[in-house]
Design a protein around this ligand. Structure first.
Ligand code: UD1
Ligand code: CA
Length: 457
């Protein structure tokens, strides 16, 4: 098989984004644009992938480290100049070189594979991925001769009025014979409207030499969308969201309203799980089977077991077991471990805590820096008092404990196995197992007090 190489162009500034963040690092469905492109390329058996970096080189490199090689384009003199920078790495190789831009996040591996196969079977020197655009403004146009063969590509800014009527556009994706590419690149000049070295000029140089140049037209124009500004970013986000949601639905996930369901690119969801509207699931979250998530829930980097229900709640960087009930209006903060069959009810906040199997905190509770055993019942309004203004302390609640309503557990403190805490207690000392602890002022009833008050003078 022919050796395959890839060049990824990611040195441009992205001026039209009007952003502090470099263009190719803007996320689409939670993942930087350029990462989507790298993910697609990695499925194609590349011998080597080289990313051309320039603006924001450090940041782009940091993002892609380990996934591709890099070359630096000191000055951004055009796409042809950018590809030429890879010559020290690729110049001596024989094979096919795929060139892709870092701002086309919707490109799919199968489209690129089809392009590579077309190129290989036609034994072309260059195969251009083209598309029919109803509005081709801004794109390079494919100019064909009388016999319908590709002659050259003309950039929008250099095109005549007649050429601008052409709807077939250069998507910015190409396969080249590697040797032919670097040879032709040396002949590219910057004598054009933008004073740049255009990569597409390689096409005209090769046809003039009588080489085989092929245009491979893709049906899916939307896949080739190049993101230059935030309006296009939103379009890309919408299309990517649709693609992700359709993948999950095809795999057996129910979505009540896919248009209002926001699932990031790397999330995994089990079969027969139902996602209700207004739900956002992000990062590296893995959701089990038969769960019910939402409406209006926001889950980031969580692992959730089978049959768990999360209603109107927020959960971050935590592990949540199977058959757990969360919400409505609960907040699971980072580094929490909620075991199977737990109930975390209305207005309960859990932070950096473990809650053991079958335990319940059904209402209005704060559990922070705590280790809660299994079968524990935490009454309404209970608070682990974990912070003295300077340091955080641990609360340990052993298996089977019953904490009465409106209790304060002042950490560091340990409640022994099966102990009872009377409602309204402020616990400052450890409680032994099997004990009942009452820590509140004893009730005093002053008989007839109201009568005395009214008749005082
Ligand atoms: C380019 C093509 C155009 C095509 C369009 C498709 C050229 C001259 N034109 O135009 O025919 O229709 O893509 O989207 O190639 N870059 C560098 N270094 C540079 C310049 C650019 O790395 O010196 C990178 C950018 O970061 C970007 C990519 O190359 O990822 C494309 O550059 P951009 O300026 O967006 O090209 P277009 O004007 O969109
Ligand atoms: Ca572009």
């Amino acid at each position: 098989m022919t050796n395959r190489f890839a060049v990824l162009l990611a040195a441009g500034r992205g001026t039209r984004m009007k952003s502090k963040l470099y263009k190719v690092l803007h996320p689409v469905c939670g993942k930087p644009m350029v990462m989507h492109v790298v993910d697609a390329i990695s499925q194609l058996n590349m011998k080597k992938t080289v990313t051309v970096v320039g603006h924001g080189a450090e940041d782009v490199r940091a993002q892609l480290e380990g996934r591709t090689d890099f070359v630096l384009q000191q000055e951004q003199l055009g796409t042809g100049h950018a590809v030429l920078q890879t010559e020290p790495v690729l110049g001596k190789e024989n094979g096919v070189t795929l060139v892709v831009c870092g701002d086309t996040p919707l490109l799919q591996a199968q489209t690129l594979e089809a392009l590579l196969q077309e190129h290989e079977s036609r034994q072309a020197k260059v195969t251009i991925l083209t598309a029919q655009a109803s509005d081709p403004t801004g794109y390079g146009r494919i100019i064909r001769n009388e016999s319908g063969l590709v002659d050259k590509i003309v950039e929008h800014k250099d095109a005549t009025a007649e050429e601008r009527n052409i709807k077939e556009i250069n998507t910015g994706v190409y396969c080249f014979d590697n040797q032919a590419l670097f040879k032709a690149l040396k002949q590219v000049t910057n004598d054009n409207a933008q004073g740049e070295y255009y990569l597409p000029d390689v096409v005209g140089i090769l046809t003039a030499r009588g080489e085989t140049v092929v245009a491979y037209q893709t049906e899916s124009l939307e896949e080739t969308l190049g993101v230059n500004d935030r309006v296009q970013l939103a379009e890309a986000e919408k299309m990517m969201r649709k693609r992700i949601n359709e993948r999950h639905m095809t795999n057996g996930v129910t979505m009540m309203d896919p248009e209002q369901t926001y699932i990031e690119a790397d999330v995994v969801i089990g079969r027969d799980t139902i996602i209700y509207p207004g739900t956002k699931i992000s990062g590296k979250s893995v959701i089990g089977e038969d769960c019910k998530i939402g409406p209006q829930s926001d889950i980031t980097d969580c692992k959730i077991g089978d049959g768990t229900v999360v209603r109107q709640s927020v959960a971050e960087q935590s592990e949540i077991g199977a058959h757990v009930q969360i919400g409505p209006y609960a907040h699971i903060r980072p580094e929490s471990a909620i075991f199977d069959e737990v109930k975390i009810g209305n207005f309960v906040e859990v932070k950096k805590s473990m809650v053991g199997k079958g335990s319940k905190a059904s209402h209005l509770t704060y559990i922070g820096d705590a280790e809660v055993g299994s079968g524990v019942n935490i009454g309404c309004g209970t608070i682990t008092v974990n912070y003295d203004g300077k340091n955080k302390y641990l609360t340990k609640i052993a298996d089977g404990v019953f904490v009465g309503c409106n209790s304060n557990l002042v950490a560091p403190v340990t409640i022994g196995k099966n102990a009872y805490i009377a409602a309204g207690s402020t616990i400052t000392e450890d409680v032994p197992g099997e004990a009942l602890s009452i820590a509140r002022a004893r009730q005093v009833n002053k008989e007839n007090y109201v009568h005395k008050l009214k008749h005082k003078q």
